[in-house]
Design a protein around this ligand. Sequence first.
Ligand code: ATR
Length: 284
Amino acid sequence: MSDTQSYHLIGVMGWPVMHSRSPLMHNYWFRQTGLQGKYVFLPLEPARLEAALRALPALNFAGANLTIPHKLQAMEIVDEIDPVARKIGAISCVVVRDDGSLWGTNNDWLGFLGNLKQSVPGWRGDAGPATVIGAGGGSRAICHALLSEGAPAVRLVNRTRAHADRLAADIGGPIEVVGWEERHGALEGAATVVNTTSLGMVGQPPLDLRLDALGPDAVVADIIYTPLETPLVEAARARGNAAVGGLGMLIHQGPPAWKLWFGLKPEVTDELRSMMEESILGDR
Ligand code: ATR
């Protein structure tokens, strides 16, 4: 058994949380890197979030990930918020600093980019305009990611236009709000197309999006990972377009968190990806 100073603890706070694949992934990295420690489930009702976050330093945790429904409430609790997390409007990762204070950041946008860059090596954010469907929490991280990679414009399509208008105002930059009925045509000339709605998820109807206007070089991404490939991803690939599901986004937000917690970047291996895929397929 290692001594307490070199035993590293992290966990995921959520409610519910027991469906999370994060422990599987981070504990793979503990084994792979040889770092001693454990990543645990932290099931937590919202009323206990503040006390739980404040307990992290005393329990010797390096930090924690936050998932539904804690990502917004944490903004009111941590001592300092990374400007990117403030812009996106959600905290997905908390770091316990040496003085015991809490720093909140958001790695979801880095996960999206890391996944695209690994899965579609030729992908470039500045290759042309992007079309993003949906204007919820996931969309904020994706719009920030695309603009940070130099997308000349983001065409933002959402069922409720007011939500898209608010997102565009909060994130800033060249975001053009496009009406829900015009979504099919918004694919014309797009270099990247991303679904951030819940449509296509297990138990939900598929996203109704005609791909006729999609150019042959356009890259299509979905942030959903149950199923591993949504009808949108399947339809885009059937047309010959590069297309990625959302599991890689979840995996790729891990290494930036490790960099913050432990100063090292674990590898996203094929073995890890297969392990995560098998775990999700096992739920069916
Ligand atoms: P998340 O934080 O995971 O992005 P969210 O904030 O609930 O989740 O956002 C869900 C997104 O899916 C929203 O853009 C939502 O559209 P509205 O802003 O109009 O609510 C979109 N969405 C969910 N169900 C939809 C449906 N049946 N048709 C069209 N859009 C839908």
